[in-house]
Write a protein that binds this ligand. Sequence first.
Ligand code: SF4
Length: 161
Amino acid sequence: MTEDVLASGGDVVCRPWRGASAKPGLFGKRDFKVNIRDGTLTCPAGEVEPFEPGAVVQFDPEACGPCKLRSSCTQASSGKGRSVTMGDDERLQQRLRSRPQSRAGRAQLRERVGVEHRLAQLANRQGPKARYRGTRRNHFDLRRLSVVQNLEVAARYLRAS
Ligand code: SF4
């Protein structure tokens, strides 16, 4: 869906989505530096590997083996290096991550606060999983929840007036 928006010349303004969380006590992907322009990934010890979007980057076992940071980085068996999975949309994710670092980017994100609150309320109401199989039924369910939510807002306004 984001691809459709970008392909039609639109912009995606949201927080970056969270990838798989790191194993406790180990470096996560965020501890690695992604250089989109050069197509490289740099680990916390400074080892650099090239990457392709959507591919798994394997760090050189020769570098990982004697690395002082190994115990904080990987539980791979001896003779294997750390691996990091890159997203298909790595470029977009990097853009979303860098947005809060600029004043203009923060201002753009603030415009979303109202929408984010409504979406969070819907997510609380619905729970973390889709209720039905298939897009059509879940689309219907989302509309049903939105109607309930809007009615609650209307009821609050009426009570307050
Ligand atoms: S274990 Fe490998 S990937 Fe991890 S910090 Fe060391 S050299 Fe880098």
